[in-house]
Design a protein around this ligand. Structure first.
Ligand SMILES: *Cc1c(COP(=O)(O)O)cnc(C)c1O
Length: 406
C-alpha cells in the first residue's frame, strides 16, 4: 500500500508507519477470519485511491466545512493559564463539531468512502453509544441503512444514546452474549460483516481494528492537527507548540492531533489514559498496565486477566472505558515518542469543574482527563512555552454522571 497517504494536501506528516503489512513495529496487523482478507484488501485499495483523488478531498472538506462546522476554533485559555501558572494553554475545540465531539470527522470520511466503493449498507459497533450516534448521523445524511451493534448491558446504561440512534433512523441490535458489552458487540459486527461482506461497509470508530483502519481513522482525524498548525501560526507566529496533550481511549482524537507533528522533534506529546478508581483498582490504563495481545483484529496493549482473557475496563467516562488501545499508540509508547500518563475518575471530575469555571466550557468526561493532567504539566513549562490540549468533546451528555459526583 502507498504509505505516503498522510503527506497529502492536508499538509500532514510524512511519518511513514504502518508498513505495507499494516504493522507499527510489532503492533497492528490484521487478525481476522480468512473470509475477510479480500474485503480488507479492497478497503486498502479503495481508501488509497480515494485519498489521492482531488474530488474525494473536495467532498470530504466541503462536508467538514458545511456540515461538521470546521475549522473548529483554537481558543487561548487565558484564565486557565493564569490559574495553573506556567505555559500558555490553547484548547482545540472539537467540542464545537456537529454532534459535540471529534468522532464525526472519521464517520464523514468513512461514509464517503463507503459510497464511493459502491457499498449500500452500513454497520458499526458501539460501547457508550457515541460512535453509534456519529455513524447514525452520517447514515441519515447520506440516506443509507445503518445497523449498530451494542451490548445489551451498555444499552441499559446508555439509553439516551440508544434513543438518539433510533431517532436518526438506525437499527440498534443488542449483543446478548458474554459480558454484554463492547467486545460482544464487536464480535456481532464482525459476524455480520462476514455474512454480508459484498454490500456492507463496517465503520470503525477509533484508531483500532485490523489494517487499514488504524491508519485510515488517523488520516481522517489529522485535520485536527493540521488546523492547529495554521491557527498557531496566526495566533503566535509559531509553526508548532511545545507540548500536545490529549486523552486516549482507543486513541483517535490523540492521533488526529499528534499525527501532523510526529516528525517534528521539538514537539512533545502526552496521552492521558483513565486510571478509573486508581491503578490498583478498576481502571482503563491499557498502555500503563496492559500487556501485548490481540483484540478487535489487531495486536496492541490490552488489559488481560491471569488466563489472558480480556479484562473489563472501568472509567467514569464511557468513551475511555475500553480494554484495548490503537496499535500506533503501543508503538509510540515503546519508542518513547509519546509519553502516557493517567488521571483518575475523581481527577476527571475536578478537571470538568476547572475548565467550566475558568473558561466557561463544560468538557466531556473523556476530555476532562486531559484537562486534569494539565494541573501538573503546565507549571513545569515556562510562560513563553505553548501547550495545545485537545478539547475532544462537550459535557452535556455527561451531566447526569457529573452532577451525581459533585
Ligand atoms: C469517544 C471519545 C473519546 C475517546 O476516543 P478516542 O478514540 O480515544 O479519541 C474521547 N473524547 C470524546 C469526547 C469521545 O466522545
Amino acid at each position: 500500500m502507498d504509505n505516503s497517504l498522510s503527506s497529502t494536501s492536508l499538509g500532514a506528516s510524512s511519518y511513514s508507519l504502518p508498513d505495507e503489512r499494516g504493522r507499527f513495529g510489532p503492533y497492528g496487523g490484521a487478525y481476522v477470519p480468512e473470509i475477510l482478507v479480500p474485503a480488507l484488501k479492497e478497503l486498502i485499495r479503495g481508501f488509497s485511491e480515494a485519498w489521492q483523488d482531488p474530488s474525494f478531498q473536495l467532498d470530504y472538506h466541503d462536508l467538514l466545512g458545511t456540515y461538521v462546522g470546521r475549522p473548529t476554533a483554537l481558543t487561548f485559555a487565558n484564565r486557565l493559564t493564569a490559574k495553573l501558572g506556567g505555559a500558555k494553554i490553547y484548547l482545540k475545540r472539537e467540542d464545537l463539531c456537529h454532534t459535540g465531539a471529534h468522532k464525526i470527522n472519521n464517520t464523514i470520511g468513512q461514509i464517503l468512502l463507503a459510497r464511493r466503493m459502491g457499498k449500500t449498507r452500513i454497520i458499526a459497533e458501539t460501547g457508550a453509544g457515541q460512535h453509534g450516534v456519529a455513524t447514525a448521523t452520517v447514515c441519515a445524511k447520506f440516506g443509507m441503512p445503518c445497523i449498530v451493534y451494542m451490548g445489551s448491558e451498555d444499552m441499559e446504561r446508555q439509553q439516551l444514546n440508544v434513543m438518539r440512534m433510533r431517532l436518526l433512523g438506525a437499527e440498534v441490535r443488542p449483543a446478548t452474549s458474554g459480558s454484554k458489552t463492547l467486545k460482544d458487540a464487536t464480535n456481532e459486527a464482525i459476524r455480520d460483516w462476514v455474512t454480508n461482506v459484498r454490500d456492507t461497509f463496517y465503520i470503525i470508530g477509533s484508531v483500532v481494528g485490523p489494517h487499514p483502519y488504524p491508519q485510515m481513522v488517523r488520516t481522517f482525524h489529522e485535520v485536527i492537527g493540521s488546523e492547529v498548525k495554521n491557527q498557531l501560526k496566526k495566533a503566535e507566529n509559531r509553526h508548532a507548540p511545545d507540548l500536545l496533550v490529549a486523552c486516549v481511549g482507543g486513541g483517535s482524537n490523540a492521533m488526529g492531533l499528534f499525527g501532523p507533528f510526529l516528525n517534528d522533534p521539538s514537539v512533545s506529546m502526552i496521552g492521558v489514559e483513565a486510571a478509573g478508581e486508581g491503578l490498583d483498582g478498576l481502571h482503563a490504563a491499557t498502555l500503563t498496565l496492559g500487556e501485548p495481545g490481540v483484540l478487535h483484529g489487531a495486536m496492541s496493549y490490552l488489559l488481560q486477566d491471569e488466563e489472558g482473557q480480556v479484562a473489563l475496563a472501568h472509567s467514569i467516562s464511557a468513551g475511555l472505558d475500553y480494554p484495548g488501545v490503537g496499535p500506533e499508540h503501543a508503538y509510540l509508547k515503546d519508542s518513547g515518542r509519546v509519553t502516557y500518563v493517567t488521571a483518575t475518575d475523581t481527577e476527571a471530575i475536578e478537571g470538568v469543574r476547572l475548565l467550566a469555571q475558568t473558561e466557561g466550557i463544560i468538557p466531556a468526561l473523556e476530555t476532562a482527563h486531559a484537562i486534569a493532567a494539565l494541573r501538573t504539566l503546565a507549571p513545569t513549562l515556562d510562560r513563553n512555552q505553548i501547550i495545545v490540549v485537545n478539547c475532544s468533546g462537550r459535557g452535556d451528555k455527561d451531566m447526569g454522571t457529573i452532577s451525581a459526583h459533585l
